[in-house]
Design a protein around this ligand. Structure first.
Ligand SMILES: [Zn+2]
Length: 144
């Protein structure tokens, strides 16, 4: 999560700071992503999708079996779908996202027993730091 928090600092100005990192089974970083929705004018450019694409390029396969995705914010439904589609083995996230979170907040799109494949989930890792980074961003928006 420390690596994901560091990665989040590379989010372009004007985008909500979110960082995601994919680790392979040996613990090596194989993918990184930050939220670039505003910068890229791309509604799918969430940190998780960017990190999954980066990891798939690095590994030369779309199958991320054995990989762990660590992200600073609870994934939305789109990202939950990407995580399932990539066969990511485990998911770790920091802050809860009460409005759009799809890993337990609004709904749980990951741990549905009807899925063929269900990643392990650890939630709320370094939650205070992850939430603090978002809080600072939104405070900055309000004061501008
Ligand atoms: Zn998302």
């Amino acid at each position: 999560m420390r690596v994901a928090l560091e990665t989040a600092k590379q989010t372009p100005a004007g985008d909500v700071p979110v960082g995601a990192v994919v680790f392979d089974a040996g613990g090596e970083v194989v993918g990184r992503g930050v939220n670039r929705r505003e910068a890229n004018c791309d509604p799918t450019a969430h940190a998780e999708v960017e990190a999954i694409r980066d990891a798939a390029r690095t590994l030369g396969t779309w199958r991320l079996d054995g990989c762990e995705l660590v992200v600073t914010l609870e994934p939305c439904t789109m990202c939950a779908g990407a995580i399932l589609g990539a066969r990511v083995s485990s998911l770790v996230f920091g802050a809860w996202e009460p409005k759009t979170g799809a890993v337990g907040s609004v709904l749980d799109a990951i741990r549905d027993p009807r899925h063929l494949h269900t990643p392990e989930v650890r939630a709320g890792v370094l939650e205070a730091e992850a939430a603090g980074m978002l809080g600072e961003f939104f405070e900055g928006l309000r004061s501008n």
